[in-house]
Design a protein around this ligand. Structure first.
Ligand code: NAG
Ligand code: NAG
Ligand code: NAG
Ligand code: NAG
Ligand code: NAG
Ligand code: NAG
Ligand code: NAG
Ligand code: NAG
Ligand code: NAG
Ligand code: NAG
Ligand code: NAG
Length: 383
């Protein structure tokens, strides 16, 4: 199959409309969490497939392979969506927020089609038909420029893809809001531990950070120069469990399309060994007894000179959501899972939602760095 790797400018262009010298124009929008585990698949399987896709996509890119495919986001158990308005009069779209993607697409829900209005411009007189594989999904679409409104800010003439045909998307989702091509702007990302399968518990801030969502200072670290993590929101960190080092100053990524915290297979095996956890075949997650939970040390993420503590409670899959993933209500499942490949390959961890629900993150593309801070939820015992 032939894929045309036609880039679609997204918020890069959109955010170019923001003044560079002020944070006053930062716009925040709420994020809605949706949980949807496809039958026959487990969370760790889904996350592992995505991590391996990150690696293979980077490899294709390095080989200048023309069939570059965007990283899958739709085939994921937890989605955060944001409401974005497009056109004049504005039409509302619920888009999956994806920090790993660089394209913005709409049109996945055929009952909520995009209707070009007087603010729409087809970007080419020749209809630009694009085939872009999106994980298990597929888009065939046209490119338009139109007015995009996020958080009350309207920016004219922004480039979007309109799917004429889309396959493999979650119900209730209109497409993708890709954050990967942001240019010179910050995106602040706040999540919180969930109490139900559809909490409105996140916030995305464009053009700055929302300091009400975190404590103290942000710790910034440069986007790593280590391949392949460098192709994504990659950075270096060390991971220790209690007093045991699992990963020492190694490259990996933070990702809004990954549910769990993934560690390279050797680090994961050590973690499992130290916890005494067993693998539960139904959920694919590690499970521990309440006695083991009582003795579960914290998992520490050391980024630059700061240490971010994932407490024992933060290492648990929210027990209120056990049944949503096919688990038993009275079981205790852990959110640390196996990346599927050994350490030393330049992408040795993925800090997914289980991490982002405890720490604020800011992706500062202009300065090629990512920042983290603790939040009011870091030490929450809600799980
Ligand atoms: C575009 O259409 C809207 C409503 O249909 C109208 O209010 C607006 O004035 C139009 N804009 C232009 C530039 O024609
Ligand atoms: C569409 O928008 C992009 C980015 O703003 C711009 O570079 C391009 O020239 C526009 N195309 C048309 C046909 O307006
Ligand atoms: C969109 O941007 C392009 C390139 O800057 C410009 O030529 C075009 O007139 C703009 N279109 C609208 C509707 O503003
Ligand atoms: C698709 O969009 C329509 C119109 O907005 C909406 O009523 C419907 O619920 C959406 N479909 C799904 C599966 O969410
Ligand atoms: C979950 O419940 C706790 C305790 O009631 C509350 O503090 C927290 O804000 C809730 N989280 C969300 C995302 O609603
Ligand atoms: C991060 O990158 C900036 C800009 O390239 C550089 O000045 C700085 O020294 C780097 N910091 C570290 C800790 O490497
Ligand atoms: C690490 O912690 C364990 C459990 O608290 C303890 O038994 C062990 O002696 C410690 N090891 C070192 C090297 O401190
Ligand atoms: C980041 O980690 C990689 C190993 O994944 C290592 O080779 C590299 O030197 C580290 N970079 C820094 C700046 O420490
Ligand atoms: C951990 O690994 C050691 C040595 O490989 C083994 O003897 C021990 O039984 C393992 N512990 C657990 C809890 O699996
Ligand atoms: C981290 O600590 C070391 C040693 O204390 C210091 O030299 C270095 O500048 C610190 N780095 C940052 C980014 O604060
Ligand atoms: C398990 O928990 C869910 C959600 O809280 C609840 O709906 C269900 O009835 C519980 N099942 C059992 C067997 O208690």
């Amino acid at each position: 199959m032939i894929f045309f790797a036609v880039s679609i400018l997204t918020l890069a262009a959109l955010l170019a409309a923001f003044p560079t010298n002020t944070r006053n124009n930062a716009a925040s929008i709420p994020l809605t969490r949706r949980l949807n585990v496809p039958s026959g698949q487990t969370l760790p399987e889904i996350d592992k497939a995505r991590a391996q896709a990150f690696k293979s996509t980077a490899a294709q890119r390095a080989q200048k392979d023309s069939s570059i495919t965007p990283v899958p986001v739709t085939n994921t158990a937890v989605l955060y969506t944001a409401e974005v308005l497009i056109g004049e009069p504005p039409q509302t779209f619920d888009l999956i927020v994806d920090i790993g993607s660089s394209s913005t697409w709409i049109g996945a829900n055929t009952s909520n089609p995009y209707t070009p209005t007087n603010t729409s411009t087809a970007t080419s007189t020749i209809l630009c038909v694009q085939f872009i594989e999106y994980g298990s999904g597929l888009f065939i679409g046209l490119e338009y420029n139109d007015t995009v409104t996020i958080g009350g800010l309207s920016i004219p003439n922004q480039t979007i893809g309109d799917a004429q045909w889309a396959l493999g998307f979650e119900a209730g989702v209109d497409g993708i809001l890709g954050l990967g091509l942001l240019d010179a702007y910050e995106v602040g990302i706040a999540f919180a531990p969930p109490n139900s399968t559809s909490d409105p518990n996140g916030e995305l801030t464009f053009g700055g950070v929302d300091s009400s969502k975190f404590n103290g200072d942000l710790t910034y670290t440069n986007i790593t120069t280590t391949y392949p993590a460098m192709d994504y929101v990659g950075f270096n960190q060390s991971v220790t469990f209690g007093n045991q080092t699992l990963l020492s100053n190694t490259a990996g990524i933070v990702d809004t399309g990954t549910t769990l915290v993934e560690l390279a297979s050797d680090a994961f095996a050590t973690y499992q060994n130290l916890t005494g956890a067993v693998l539960d075949s139904t959920t694919g997650l590690l499970t521990i007894s309440s006695a083991q939970l009582d003795n579960l040390p914290s998992l520490f993420f050391i980024i630059e000179n700061a240490t971010f503590e994932l407490t024992s409670n933060a290492q648990l899959w929210p027990r209120a959501l056990n049944s949503a993933i096919g688990g038993k209500n009275d079981s205790i499942y852990l959110i640390v899972s196996d990346l599927g490949t050994p350490s030393g390959e330049g992408l040795d961890f993925v800090n997914g939602y289980a991490f982002l629900e405890r720490f604020y993150a800011v992706y500062d593309t202009g300065n090629s760095r990512v920042g983290f801070a603790t939040t009011p939820f870091t030490f929450s015992t809600s799980n």
